[in-house]
Design a protein around this ligand. Structure first.
Ligand code: ATP
Length: 285
């Protein structure tokens, strides 16, 4: 029997309302003690989430802003620790997430490739062997010995993408990585992702682009308010998302119409009152 490469069971995480993004152990401890002191102040971006992802699958995570998609990827990488349930993964993760965040500004591109590559488990030899390909892909030949703090945000993202896609890890997590960079670079990234999928890597892909989701993913998980609403083909998940969005928009339209009708009735009542007061004044005059 094939075992899942990623398995989530009753997965949930809370944040105290109004807190900043966290992930360090110290923060988690602080958060836990806050939780104990102020019950009812928690916000659960994800709760009761269950799924199995099998080796070689490509799964799109779909949902509107703030529904817990990135949080889910961060739980899969292990950057965040769940408060309920668990997420288990078999094998290492190549995270195409916040691509420029791991770099140290004072170090050069070359030094960062060495540092971040080894942090992700690459040996010195692997880094040496892949170094030229990384620099070439990132198109940073002339700037590789410049401190990263002088890079533009696009240059940092290019270097991050070039490095992370060289990792041999079986699980690839992508969070809107294709939404950055210019058109030519985006196309290059798409080709690389496709080639990694062809090698049999497992992909979990967060995107707002139906085109990209359909291009890479057979399966789709639609999240709403932190829960899995649909887990099926990518078309089924997108359909479910569209139907919810349409229903939400219709509700907002009805709400606006109700407010407009109320305002109109109020304005008419005020006009009638003013007219009546005018009649009284004239009589008095
Ligand atoms: N570490 C954190 N501390 C506090 N709140 C957080 C933290 N991480 C995420 N959140 C909140 O959890 C909710 C889900 O965030 P998340 O980034 O996972 O959403 P998303 O579905 O990826 O949204 P988008 O489509 O806008 O990227 C948001 O309301 C966000 O503000």
């Amino acid at each position: 029997m094939i075992e899942p490469i990623i398995q989530a069971r009753d997965l949930g995480i809370f944040f105290p309302k109004g807190s900043k993004k966290k992930g360090r152990l110290k923060d988690l401890l602080v958060r836990r003690s806050k939780h104990d002191n102020t019950p009812g102040q928690d916000f659960w971006p994800l709760r009761h989430v269950n799924f199995d992802i099998f080796p070689g699958e490509s799964v799109g995570i779909i949902g509107s802003n703030g529904t817990g998609k990135s949080t889910l990827l961060r739980l899969i990488t292990g950057v965040l620790i769940p408060d309920e349930g668990y997420v288990r993964r078999e094998g290492r993760v190549a995270p195409l997430i916040a691509l420029s965040a791991g770099f140290s500004g004072d170090l050069t591109g070359r030094e960062n490739v060495n540092l971040v590559g080894s942090m992700h488990g690459m040996s010195r030899k692997e880094i040496r062997d892949k170094f030229d390909d990384i620099v070439d892909f990132a198109e940073l030949e002339d700037f590789i010995d410049t401190p990263v703090k002088h890079y533009s945000s696009g240059m940092k993202v290019r270097l991050g993408f070039a490095l992370i896609t060289q990792l041999p890890h079986p699980i690839l997590l992508v969070d809107e990585a294709l939404a950055v960079g210019d058109r030519a670079f985006k196309e290059k990234c798409r080709v690389v992702i496709q080639s990694l999928l062809d090698e049999g890597r497992t992909l979990v892909f967060v995107s707002h682009s139906p085109g990209d989701l359909r291009r890479y993913c057979k399966r789709g998980i639609y999240l709403s308010k932190g829960e899995v609403i649909t887990d099926g083909t990518v078309d089924e998940a997108l359909k479910s998302y569209d139907a919810d969005t349409d229903a939400k928009q219709a509700e907002q339209k009805r709400k606006r119409a109700r407010v407009a009708a109320r305002n109109k009735a109020k304005a008419e009542a005020e006009a009638a009152q003013a007219a009546a007061a005018g009649v009284v004044d004239m009589k008095a005059g």
